[in-house]
Design a protein around this ligand. Structure first.
Ligand SMILES: Nc1ncnc2c1ncn2[C@@H]1O[C@H](COP(=O)(O)OP(=O)(O)OP(=O)(O)O)[C@@H](O)[C@H]1O
Ligand SMILES: [Mg+2]
Length: 747
């Protein structure tokens, strides 16, 4: 379509005519408006005949037409040159048109020539006609422009069309930009990935090779068949997923854990009771009972293995070592491992409140991990280690899940060949593991667990045993730890005994080892700095110099010097101990109890008071002594909760002592439950109590008659130094415990 002012070259023969009318035609229909064009040049186009260059001049409406004798179509027309409208009408439109076109050209990346051309056009109508050049306007739009004679109208139309074009262009550009953006990102990723691949290749772990490597590891891991298949499936999944995926990292972690289980690895177990006993003896002093039980256990296993009896479903007990701190429970566990040639892993259960700690979290949890058992096996590197369940009495102190339920399954030989960790979710055979549990006290072990335990008690050591342990183990170890040589320091027996009895009071030997360490540190410092001559002999003076004044002394003598204080014996979480029951009286009535006593202990105190009151005359207590008086019984240390009936006779003694003003003999300790009738009933933990009495410097112990047989458990070196009074009734107790002469109450 040709507009006024537009040059065009057409391959037609126009004869001699100087002017032609160019009319748009669609199919065979001619438009009603055309453009009168001047013939500016006649050309001969090679091979095509004639052509003319034309220049549009002005619009024209078509009139009648006829064919002349030469066969040329002649048309009447009415010329419609543009009328120039007032600039006020067109100025805004012109400006807008130029602006829109400018933008279009900008978007199209025009080099400036078209823009210059458009700028050169000053006539409003001609300006509108430049839209005719636009490749994006369609035939109808151009025709519409051509048919609009009114310049202002035409300009409006042109602006409208060009705006549409602009919008289109903009959308197109946005899309193009987006696509480009995406493409760039993809390209970036592509390059990064290529680099990663290269790095991987360099490290020898190409994608394919990761999966292949896994497959190879799996096939050589000796997994049970179902586990192996499961692992293979996971590797397939990993491979399908490619490594760009966040989940593939999780799968890798999972497979790594599966591979971390030492499926096929076992230590060669050494089932030689004699050898085991040697190892146990070498590592630990004393503990005869413990060692015997362990050796027996190994002997039975040995027989069963030799005689081809299945050892999987063994009688179902786990060795549980119960005793005060520092008595060697954990360390004998290590010895068991050494004696049997197994690996040793310690798994502390103290403070475990959640089943998931033992069993792991399901894989669907973010950051899920296997439980402690799987980790223990990984650490052990074998399927038959000794796993020490340390501090079973400390689980579930304030539990959320129930860790003991998981433990039950682990420890039950009928179930533990198919243990399932939540994370791994495959069956794990734990039947080869030798579980050894430890605890300080039996009462807080969950009952169901306790039921399956074969308990070995560690009651604590006597002074002689402690000295032997110190001599044979603690001293040499501390000498070495402090950078000294054996021949450089020596400690006398008297020195050792001093440390044991006057610087430590404990059932075990931990504090003893610490104190010896302190002594040796001091010695090491001297040797290192002051050029002290060696060998150094550690005597009393050196000990007092290093450790200060003795911390423990024969307290009982001081405490029981006044009437109303009796020395009782108790068992706590840290072993046996002496405790002083104090009684006092003041105006008032009834009984006051302090010292955080449990219900049972409070009842003992009531019984004790009732007994004393009802036997006042026999005991020689003044009628008036109880009239209008309140009795106060206190059991130090006030901050430590205590309970149990075994302080019964001690309370009676304290109250009786108070009211008769006869002090309690300072060398005597006692334990026993009391009834209203004045019978003395047996108590538990006798050995620990006697050891504590001995350590505290007491020389006589009042023991319930029926505990007589338990005295056999007391090591002979202690037994030989003490007198035991077996009693059946409270009057016997009081006869033994109270001094004959009365003392005036101080206050
Ligand atoms: N009979 C013994 N022979 C040699 N060393 C011993 C003996 N008993 C304890 N020990 C030593 O005492 C230290 C403390 O023992 P261990 O840690 O085994 O105590 P524990 O009974 O596990 O205490 P806790 O209940 O506090 O865990 C260890 O270094 C151990 O070697
Ligand atoms: Mg321990």
């Amino acid at each position: 379509m040709v507009f006024p002012g537009m040059p065009v070259t057409l391959p037609v023969d126009v004869g001699p005519d100087e002017r032609v009318l160019l009319v748009p035609r669609r199919d065979n229909n001619y438009a009603s408006v055309g453009v009168v064009a001047d013939v500016s040049e006649r050309l001969r186009v090679s091979g095509r005949g004639l052509a003319v260059s034309l220049m549009g001049v002005h619009r024209a409406t078509l009139g009648g037409a006829s064919t002349d004798q030469d066969g040329v179509l002649r048309v009447d027309y009415e010329a419609r040159p543009d009328a120039t409208p007032a600039t006020s009408l067109t100025r805004e439109l012109e400006r807008e048109y130029r602006a829109v076109v400018d933008e279009i050209l900008e978007l199209r990346g025009d080099d400036g020539r078209i823009r210059a051309f458009v700028r050169s056009i000053t006539d409003a109508g001609a300006l509108a006609d430049t839209a005719g050049y636009s490749p994006d306007l369609n035939f109808d739009q151009k025709l519409q422009l051509l048919e609009t004679f009114d310049v202002v109208e035409r300009l409006k139309l042109a602006v409208e069309f060009q705006r549409e074009r602009l919008a289109e262009q903009q959308v197109r550009k946005r899309i193009r930009d987006d696509v480009e953006d995406g493409a760039q990102k993809q390209q970036r990723e592509y390059f990064l990935r290529r680099q990663m691949d290269a790095i991987r290749k360099e490290l020898g772990e190409h994608d394919g090779s990761i999966a292949d490597e896994y497959r190879q590891k799996i096939s050589s891991a000796g997994m049970p068949e179902p586990v192996r298949q499961h692992a293979e499936r996971e590797v397939d999944r990993f491979e399908r997923m490619g490594d760009s995926n966040a989940e593939s990292a999780m799968i890798r972690t999972y497979i790594d854990w599966l591979l971390a289980v030492p499926w096929a690895k076992r230590s060669e177990e050494r089932l030689d009771p004699a050898h085991a006993r040697e190892v146990l003896d070498a590592d630990h002093e004393g503990l005869d009972d413990v060692k015997r039980r362990i050796t027996e256990y190994l002997a039975v296993r040995k027989l069963r293995t030799e005689r081809g009896m299945k050892d999987n479903r063994r009688s179902g007990v786990i060795l549980t070592l119960i005793g005060p701190p520092g008595t060697g429970k954990t360390s004998i566990g290590e010895s068991i491992a050494r004696a049997t040639g197994r690996q040793f892993v310690r798994m502390s259960l103290g403070g475990v409140r959640d089943e998931a700690e033992i069993r792991g979290h399901r894989r669907t949890y973010i950051g899920a991990l296997p439980g402690r058992l799987v980790r223990a096996l990984r650490d052990a590197g074998t399927m038959n280690p000794v796993i020490m369940l340390d501090e079973v009495d400390k689980i579930g102190a304030d539990w959320r899940g129930d860790p003991s339920a998981a433990l039950l399954e682990v420890l039950d030989p009928a179930q533990n060949h198919a243990f399932r960790d939540h994370y791994l979710d495959v069956e794990l055979d734990l039947s080869q593991v030798l579980f050894v549990a430890t605890a300080n006290v039996a009462d807080t072990i969950p009952a169901a667990l306790f039921d399956r335990m074969e308990v070995i008690r560690f009651d604590g050591y006597t002074t002689d045993e402690k000295m032997a342990i110190a001599r044979g183990h603690l001293w040499p170890r501390q000498v070495e730890r402090n950078g000294l040589r054996d021949e450089e320091v020596a400690i006398t027996d008297a020195g050792l005994r001093l440390v044991v009895t006057e610087y430590t009071r404990e059932a075990g030997v931990r504090q003893l080892e610490r104190e010896l360490g302190r002594v040796l540190r001091k010695t090491a410092t001297k040797i290192a700095s002051a050029g002290q001559t060696t060998p150094v002999a550690i005597d009393r003076a050196a000990i007092v110099d290093a450790l200060g004044r003795p911390k423990f002394f024969k307290e009982a003598a001081v405490r029981t010097a006044v009437p109303g204080v009796a020395t009782g014996l108790a068992v706590t979480g840290v072993g046996g101990d002496v405790l002083f029951v104090e009684a006092a009286s003041m105006p008032g009535k009834g009984l006051v109890l302090t010292g955080q006593l449990g219900d049972v202990m409070k009842e003992s105190a009531r019984i004790a008071l009732t007994y004393v009151k009802s036997h006042a005359t026999e005991l020689g207590i003044d009628e008036g002594a109880l009239e209008g008086r309140e009795v106060h019984v206190h059991v130090p240390a006030g901050a430590i909760p205590k309970d149990g009936p075994s302080a019964g006779i001690t309370m009676v003694t304290a109250i009786a002592s108070l009211l008769t003003r006869r002090p309690v003999r300072s060398t005597i300790g006692m334990t026993g439950e009391v009834t209203l009738q004045g019978h003395v009933l047996p108590i538990g933990g006798l050995k620990q109590k006697v050891l504590a009495a001995h350590a505290a410097g007491l020389t006589e112990v009042i023991v319930p008659e029926r505990n007589g047989p338990d005295l056999d458990d007391v090591p002979s070196d202690v037994r030989d130094h003490m007198r035991f009074h077996l009693v059946g009734s409270v009057d016997q107790v009081l006869a033994l415990a109270l001094e004959d002469k009365e003392l005036a109450l101080a206050a």
